[in-house]
Each structure stands twice: as C-alpha cells, then as structure tokens.
Design a protein around this ligand. Structure first.
Ligand code: NOJ
Length: 522
C-alpha cells in the first residue's frame, strides 16, 4: 500500500497544491512503474484545513481545493481499471469546529446535537473539567463563551472530539462509511482509532511513569508527562470497532487499518478482535527504532509473539507525521530498509517519495505550515510533506513552472526525481520496483511463515520466509563494514541492494556495508 498525501503528489490547477486529478494522472506510475497494489489517500474531505484535512467539515464531499466527487469517482474507476485498490482516510475521533454538527452542538445547552460532542462545565473552582492534555499542546478543553462550558479536543481546538457513546453519532458515522463503500472504495485507514472511547467519568490522567531506557516510541513533549489511561483506549472501543467492522462486512472484501499508537503489544493486538474488529492496526514500532539489527529483531519478534493466530501483521517505515526515513535512519539505510519493508511477514505500507530516498526537507520558518509544529517546538511535520519530485525541470512535474508549491521542493529535486531514477537500472526506485515484483512472484514473501536466523554477526539481521516448499532467506547488514555470513545449502541470488553483486556462491558470503540480499534457498 502506497500512501499519498494529496496536497503533495501533483497539482493540476496551478494553485501549488496537489489534487485528485493529479493523483489520477499518476496512477500509471503507481501501478506500472512502481507496481504497488493499493493506494491510501490522506483526507480530501471538505475542510477548513486547520490540520490539512484531518479537520473534516463534511465527510461526504470533496474539498474544492482537491476537486469534486466526480473527480474522485474517476480516480476510483481508473485505479480499479489498473488493478489498484483505493483506501481512504476516515477521521472518526473528531470533526472540524466548522462541521454543521458542531455548529449546532455549540449553539445551546439544549440543542439536540449538544451530546454529539463532549461538553462539560468547569469544576466548582472554575478550573478545567480535568487535566487532560491535547496532543498538539495545551489543555484538551476549550471554553465556549456561548454557554460557558468546555468542549474536548484531543488535537487542535478546531478539532472537537465526537462523543462515540451517543448512538446517533454512531449511526451518523456509519452512514459516512456506507457513503464511500457504496461509491466503491476498498477500505479505510482509520485516524487515531484508539482515541474514540474515553473513560466516561472523565477521570484525571495520572502522571506518567518514567520512560524506558530505550524509547520505543515518539517523544511527544509535554503530552508524555501524563499516563494516558483515561483519555483514550477505553475498553468500550472494541464494541465500537465491532460495529464499524459489521458495516464493512455488509460489502465484499473491504478493509480497515487503524492508526493505533500503543506500545504495549498485547493491548495493541486487541484491536484485531476475534477477527471482528480492525483487519489490522498499523505497526509503527520500526519507525521509532534505532537502525540496529538487535533493535529491529526485538520489535519483529515482539510483534510476532503478540499477533493473534488469525491476524496478519503490518509494517510502516514512514508517513506524513514522521521524519523521512532517509533522514531518520540515514541515507545508507534507504536500500536495506526497502528490502525489510517488502520482505517481512505482513502488509507493507510505504510513503510517497520514500521510493526515491527523499530526505526530510528543511522548511524555512516563514514557510512552516504544520499547526503542531507552530504550537509545540520541534514537532513540525512539514519536512516530510514536501512535493513529490517527478522531474528535474522547474515545477518538478508537481506543478507548472512558476507556480509556488505549498511547501518548498527538496533541495535535491533536480537530481533526485522519478525521471532520473526510472532510467537508472540501479536506482532506489528500481529496487522498490524489483522488490514489489519479487513479492508478487514468490508466495513465501507474500504469505509465508517467518523464522529469525541465529548465529549471525551482531550487525546482521536474517530471516527465513517459507511457504509450501519455497524458501526465501533475507540478510540485512545494518553496519558500515563488511560482514561475513554463513548460509546453508545451495542458494541463488534474487536481489541485492548492491548492483555489483551477481551471485551468492562464495562461502561465507561477505555482505558489503549496508547491503541486504534476498536469496532463494528452496
Ligand atoms: C493522526 C494523523 O495522522 C495526523 O496527521 C493528524 O494530525 C492527527 N491524527 C489528528 O487527526
């Protein structure tokens, strides 16, 4: 699955912002040049764009900035004609404060939609209803002068949280799913899925236990001072997702993946339910891992140990909220990271531009846009959201020459772009293409078992994928030095990140710096 941040793929209207027709234009690249099976498109709903579309003002329409419903229908039809599935973002935890539901809700204490959101009066001493914090900084409560009550917002004040305990909200939100399912979408990526159910008593969060020595997750600044046991992930969330799943199951072959940031693997795995909740929660653990063989192995083994029998794992190495992987792990890691993502057991999700090795783009202060970064120092996400780099020419195939893109182009866009890499057999883009092709050809990579290999040098991670007699061995050198590895039996090289390698006949096989190989060991 390939994630598209719609503002940044391709602008066809000359306003410097990507749009749906731009995505449709590039479906050939995605299906044929690269060869992915599905796209996930971040929100394109009507929105005031306080959080660039994660503040939805109408779940059943396209924002004019991105096009029209007819444009979406065309995108979907053309994607399906090319064999691509289309997954769209669904944002159930909060709406925009401009959503008509919230406009009604805030209008009076007695409005029929008052309870569609989470409203509370101040404590007797006039203070906030509780100590909950917003992820994007400051208290999670905003006072509304009209009624003197506060509303809950887990993110921006412009993103009031819906009250999923109100059955009318559930019905209305299920209706938004059916709207898109009826149009033919293949499924949903569910935004902050674990946030939708809170402790109904709205009890204070306790302060957080000290962080573990090797942080397994992103540092969220002040938000991390609290142990978030009451403001999200209440056990009632599972009934809510059983409800969502039953809507999906009214249709053939529809899919839901949840954005779930939970670092306790057993709790994380509960979101699969008994094969009656989400098809999978995203697994972000590798994003926050140091680029070290033992750290990756620990996370892969933790995932494999936690996952229920019926369930299928997922892997993510980048998205629109995280620093680009080429910067996070370093540019030497971009090739072996591609091998890992596309050969581990599970569904891989890749982020646009990572197939080119786009690094984080430095965005000058005056051009910064991300509300999180503007509110909390160091949390800006603009650097991973800059325009896709298609060509070396002015506009870089993203927009017409002379148009100012909404965020600056990467400084390397002249040399790091699709045009250049498409014609270079040894490029990272072509490595992704070959890995995707290999995955399609080899059932062991698609749905085989995984067993970690022991007895390797400490800087090398190795595993065996096995299905129905077909065996594929993957070896990844995380270090900048050569590493000798023993591989048992006859093998044939399928792919190496090193374009010079043609065989794995020598014993031991000496992996080059940052080299990853995929071999047939059948
Ligand atoms: C998670 C999304 O990935 C992020 O981009 C967004 O800002 C928050 N949820 C709030 O919707």
């Amino acid at each position: 699955m390939y994630q598209i941040y719609p503002r940044s793929l391709r602008d066809t209207t000359g306003n410097g912002i990507g749009d749906l027709n731009g995505i449709t234009e590039r479906l050939g690249y995605l299906a044929d040049t690269l060869g992915v099976d599905a796209v996930w498109i971040s929100p394109f709903y009507r929105s005031p764009m306080a959080d660039f579309g994660y503040d939805v003002a109408d779940y059943t329409d396209v924002d004019p900035l991105f096009g029209t419903l007819a444009d979406f229908d065309r995108l979907l039809a053309e994607a399906h004609a090319r064999g691509l599935k289309v997954i769209i973002d669904w944002v159930p935890n909060h709406t925009s404060d401009r959503h008509p539901w919230f406009v009604e809700s805030r209008s009076s204490l007695t409005n029929p939609k008052r309870d569609w959101y989470v409203w509370r009066g101040p404590k007797p001493d006039g203070s906030l209803p509780n100590n909950w914090q917003a992820v994007f900084g400051g208290p999670a409560w905003e006072e509304d002068p009209r009624t003197g009550q506060f509303y809950l917002h887990s993110f921006l004040p412009q993103q009031p949280d819906l009250n999923w305990r109100n059955p009318e909200v559930v019905t209305a939100m299920h209706g938004t799913l059916r709207f898109w399912l009826d149009r033919g979408v293949d499924g949903f990526r569910i935004d902050v899925a674990h946030y939708i159910m809170k402790n109904p008593d709205l009890a204070d969060n306790p302060s957080a236990p000290p962080p573990p020595p090797e942080a397994d997750f992103k540092d969220l600044a002040e938000y991390d001072e609290w142990h978030h046991v009451n403001d999200k992930g209440h056990p009632d969330v599972h009934a809510a997702f059983r409800g969502v799943r039953s809507v999906l199951d009214e249709y053939d072959e529809r899919f839901a993946v949840g954005e779930i940031h939970i670092f306790d693997w057993d709790e994380w795995a509960t979101y699969y339910g008994d094969d009656d909740e989400l098809h999978m929660p995203f697994n972000f653990s590798l994003i926050w891992s140091e680029w070290r063989a033992d750290a990756f192995r620990r996370r892969i083994e933790s995932l494999e140990a936690a996952i229920p029998e019926h369930a299928w794992p997922s892997y993510v190495l980048g998205n629109h909220d995280e620093q680009r992987l080429a910067t996070r792990y370093g540019s030497a890691a971009t090739r072996p990271a591609a091998v890992l993502l596309l050969t581990l057991r599970g569904q891989p999700t890749m982020y646009y531009g990572d197939e080119l090795g786009m690094p984080e783009t430095p965005v000058p202060t005056e051009r910064r846009q991300d509300p999180w970064g503007l509110r909390v120092h160091g949390m800006g996400r603009d650097g991973c959201r800059t325009p896709m780099q298609w060509t070396a020419e002015p506009g870089h195939g993203f927009c017409e020459p002379g148009v100012e893109p909404w965020l600056p182009f990467g400084v390397d866009a002249g040399v790091r772009n699709v045009d250049r890499q498409r014609h270079d057999a040894d490029s990272l883009l072509n490595l992704y293409r070959r890995l995707l092709e290999l995955r399609r050809e080899r059932p062991s990579l698609r749905h085989g078992t995984i067993a970690m290999l022991d007895g390797l040098p400490p800087d090398v991670l190795g595993y065996l994928r096995h299905h129905d007699g077909e065996r594929t061995v993957v070896l990844v050198n995380f270090s900048a030095t050569e590493q000798p590895v023993d591989i048992d039996g006859a093998t044939a090289l399928l792919i190496s990140t090193d374009p010079q390698r043609t065989t794995v006949d020598e014993r031991p096989v000496v992996l080059g710096p940052s080299e990853a190989i995929v071999v047939d060991a059948t």
